[in-house]
Design a protein around this ligand. Structure first.
Ligand code: SAH
Ligand code: ZN
Ligand code: ZN
Ligand code: ZN
Ligand code: ZN
Length: 496
C-alpha cells in the first residue's frame, strides 16, 4: 500500500487507452500501455510504451517510443525474454499437481518456502537444500497465509484483508443476494468463500480469482483461477483463460455475480477503470436482452483520496464510508494502541443505501443522504450532505461555503481554507490548470482540455524534440507530489 506513488495526471503524464487496430508491444506483463507526457499549454509530448503493471523499472524495464522502429532481432530477443518470465506451469498443470498434492499423506506434503511451491514427492530431493515446511490440510486451504506476501513497494505489495473486513464483505454481498464473486486481486476473499462453503452455514457462493500472482494458481482448479493483469485486461493463458471468465459471468440458474477488486494502490486509475469496464461489457453480453443496459455490480477497494479520479472514470460509482482493514499493513491495522483509521474505502455502483454498514462499529444511517456513514461524519445542513472523506469530523466554513477538514483554517490571503502552516500565497501559480493556466480548475476538469489536444491524433511534427526522461513515471525528480501522494505522506506522518 505504498500510496506515495505519483498521480499520473498531476505529473503531466496521460495514458492513451488502446484504440482499435493498433497493437501495443508486449512486455512479460502483456500488452504495454501508451503514455504521453503533457506539456505546458496542453500540447502532447512524445508518446512511449511502458509496462502496464510495474511502476519501477527494476521490475520491468520495458520502454519503447511510439514511433520507434524495432528490429527483428530485438523483437525475437524480447519474445524470448517474455517466454522466460512465464510461470513454470500452466494452469492445467497447476491444478493437476494440486489434485495429486491434496491426496498425499501428510508426511509427504511439503511446501518449498524458497520456491514458494507445493512439492510433489519426486521433487523433494531437488529442493532438499531449500527451506521447506509440512503442509496440513487446513494450511492448504489458506494459500494467503502459506504464501509469503509480495512486498515490492511500488508495483505489487500485497496487503491482505483482516478476517473481520473479509467477512464483512462476504456477509454484505451474500445479503445483497450475490452468489458469484469475481475476485480481482482479492485472493483472501476467494479463500474465505471456499472456507465458508465448507462450513455449510450459508448458501454456497462461487468464486473466480483473477490475479497476476501466479503462485496462487497452484492451489486452484482451472475454473477457479486465471493468471490475469488488471491494468491491461490481459489473460496470460490466452483465450482458454478468458473463456473461463465468460463461463463464470454467465448467471445460469439466476446466480447473481459481483466483482470485488483490490488493486495495488500505486496503480493507475484510468487503465483499471478501463479493465473493469471491459469486464462489465463481457458480463452484459451474457445477460438476457432486457438487461442490456445494465452494468455489472462492482466493488473497487481503494484509498479515499482517489475519489475524484475514480468518479471521473466511472461516474456511476459512489464512495462508501466503510473503512477496510488490513492484516499486514504497518500503518492501517488494528494496533495495540487502538484502532488506526484506514484510508481505504469501497467504491461501488451498487446503491449506497443498500450497503448496510455495521452499527456496532460506529456507522449509522443518514436518512437525508440515504446512505450509511461513519459516526464522526455529521450531516451538514448547509451543504446538505455528510461531508467527511477521511473519517474525521469536518467543519463548515461559511466563507468557502463548504465543509473542510478539521485541521484547516480559512486563510484570507489565499482566499480558501488550508492547513495553518501552508506555504501562504506561494502555491497559487502551481495550483492552476496545467492546460490553460486558469486558477479556477485543474487540467483534469479543464473545459478546453479536449480542444487543445485530441486523444486520437497528434501532429507527428510536434512529437520530436521534447525530451521525456526514460521512465518519467518512475522517479519524477523535482516534480511536485500529487495531492493524493501528499495526503498519503501526511497520513503516514500524523496517523490521524
Ligand atoms: N486485500 C486483498 C489483497 C490485495 S493486494 C486480499 O486480502 O485478498 C493486491 C492484489 O492484487 C494481490 O493479490 C496482487 O497479487 C494483485 N495484483 C497486483 N498487481 C496486479 C495486476 N497487475 N493484475 C492483477 N492482479 C494484480
Ligand atoms: Zn525449492
Ligand atoms: Zn457544510
Ligand atoms: Zn474557508
Ligand atoms: Zn483549463
Amino acid at each position: 500500500m505504498d500510496v506515495t506513488e505519483t498521480h499520473e495526471e498531476d505529473l503531466g503524464i496521460e495514458i492513451v487507452l488502446p484504440e482499435g487496430g493498433k497493437t501495443a508491444p508486449c512486455c512479460p506483463h502483456g500488452p504495454t500501455l501508451l503514455f504521453e507526457k503533457v506539456c505546458e499549454g496542453g500540447e502532447g509530448g512524445r508518446r512511449f510504451y511502458a509496462c502496464s503493471a510495474c511502476r519501477d523499472r527494476k521490475d520491468c524495464n520495458f520502454f519503447q517510443w511510439e514511433d520507434d522502429k524495432v528490429s527483428e532481432v530485438r523483437l525475437l530477443a524480447r519474445r524470448a525474454e517474455n517466454q522466460l518470465k512465464r510461470p513454470p506451469f500452466t494452469q492445467r498443470e497447476y491444478s493437476n499437481r494440486f489434485r495429486k498434492f491434496a491426496s498425499l499423506p501428510l508426511h509427504e506434503k511439503k511446501f518449498c518456502q524458497d520456491c514458494q511451491l507445493l512439492l510433489l514427492p519426486a521433487e523433494h530431493s531437488a529442493h532438499s537444500a531449500h527451506r521447506s515446511s509440512a503442509v496440513t490440510a487446513a494450511q492448504l486451504r489458506r494459500p494467503s497465509v502459506l504464501l509469503r506476501p509480495l512486498d515490492n513497494k511500488k508495483s505489487n505489495a500485497q496487503y491482505l484483508f483482516t478476517d473481520h473486513s473479509a467477512h464483512f464483505l462476504l456477509d454484505t454481498l451474500a445479503g445483497l443476494g450475490y452468489r458469484k464473486v469475481l475476485c480481482v486481486g482479492t485472493p483472501r476473499l476467494q479463500e474465505l468463500i471456499k472456507l465458508r462453503n465448507q462450513e455449510q452455514k450459508q448458501e454456497p457462493m462461487k468464486s473466480l480469482l483473477l490475479d497476476i500472482d501466479f503462485r496462487y494458481g497452484q492451489f486452484y482448479s482451472q475454473d477457479e483461477y486465471c493468471h490475469y493483469n488488471m491494468f491491461n485486461h490481459h489473460f496470460f493463458g490466452g483465450e482458454a483463460s478468458s473463456a473461463v471468465l465468460e463461463t463464470f459471468l454467465r448467471e445460469t440458474g439466476g446466480e447473481k455475480a459481483v466483482m470485488v477488486a483490490d488493486p495495488p494502490f500505486g496503480g493507475l486509475v484510468k487503465p483499471l477503470a478501463n479493465s473493469f469496464s471491459l469486464i462489465s461489457q463481457t458480463w452484459r453480453t451474457l445477460q438476457s436482452s432486457d438487461d442490456c443496459n445494465k452494468d455489472m455490480p462492482m466493488m473497487w477497494i481503494f484509498p479515499y483520496f482517489f475519489e475524484p479520479r475514480i468518479l471521473e472514470c466511472l461516474p456511476s460509482f459512489t464512495m462508501l464510508d466503510y473503512q477496510v482493514d488490513y492484516d499486514n499493513h504497518p500503518l492501517y491495522k488494528h494496533g495495540k494502541t487502538g484502532r488506526k483509521q484506514s484510508p481505504v474505502r469501497l467504491f461501488t455502483n451498487v446503491s449506497a443505501r443498500d450497503v448496510v454498514l455495521p452499527k456496532d462499529e460506529g456507522y449509522r444511517f443518514c436518512s437525508a443522504c440515504e446512505r450509511y456513514v461513519w459516526s464522526l461524519n455529521k450531516h451538514c445542513a448547509k451543504c446538505s450532505l455528510c461531508p467527511s472523506k477521511d473519517g474525521r469530523e469536518w467543519k463548515h466554513c461559511s466563507t468557502c461555503e463548504k465543509c473542510v477538514k478539521p485541521s484547516w483554517k480559512h486563510c484570507q490571503s489565499c482566499g480558501r481554507c488550508a492547513l495553518p502552516d501552508h506555504p501562504c500565497g506561494q502555491d497559487r501559480g502551481k495550483q492552476g490548470c496545467f492546460n490553460c493556466g486558469s486558477l479556477k480548475h485543474k487540467r483534469r476538469t479543464c473545459p478546453l482540455k479536449d480542444t487543445h489536444r485530441s486523444n486520437s491524433f497528434r501532429s507527428k511534427a510536434k512529437a520530436g524534440g521534447k525530451k521525456v526522461s526514460r521512465r518519467p513515471l518512475v522517479k519524477p525528480k523535482g516534480k511536485r507530489k500529487s495531492g493524493a501522494a501528499r495526503r498519503a505522506k501526511k497520513l503516514a506522518a500524523q496517523s490521524v
